[in-house]
Design a protein around this ligand. Structure first.
Ligand code: FES
Ligand code: FES
Length: 141
């Protein structure tokens, strides 16, 4: 079938999402964040394992009640952030992710922001838990 608006990369990440948190999987996380998309009401949860010494993201899991674009974007984001420090990970923008996916339909761009905001919420959770309130950041618009 032809005429899909999604790129092959999007389809691959949608069909085989990376680091998706399966319901029965026991994932020992250090911090977790959740956010919702006001435009569509969809929700996203992000959990991170952090190396306390370096603040590098060792591993991550995410879960969503979101659409194909949200799933593909967050799958791509979850691969991109592994091995990065929290600061580095938060510099990745939804636009970077959309580009890596080979683009998203115009009316689906907002979906790529959902994972980013949940990641930011998880980082904030880490900062709060570790007495670093001053490092809490607002998600990118
Ligand atoms: Fe229906 Fe995203 S809200 S697909
Ligand atoms: Fe809600 Fe895509 S339509 S995240």
């Amino acid at each position: 079938m032809s005429g899909w608006v999604y790129s092959e990369v999007v389809k691959d990440h949608f069909i085989n999402p990376r680091n998706a948190w399966k319901n029965d999987e026991d994932f020992a996380y250090d911090c977790m964040g959740k956010d919702g998309n006001v435009q569509c009401g969809d929700e996203m949860l992000f959990a991170l394992q952090i190396d306390a010494e370096t603040e590098k993201i060792i591993d991550c899991r995410w879960q969503t009640f979101g659409c194909a674009s949200a799933i593909a974007s967050t799958s791509m984001l979850s691969e991109a952030i592994k091995g990065l420090t929290l600061e580095e990970a938060m510099k990745i923008t939804p636009k970077d992710i959309t580009e890596r996916l080979g683009g998203l339909p115009d009316n689906k761009i907002h979906c790529s922001v959902l994972g980013d905001k949940a990641l930011c919420a998880a980082a904030n959770d880490y900062f709060r838990k570790n007495g670093m309130e001053d490092r809490v950041v607002e998600p990118k618009a």
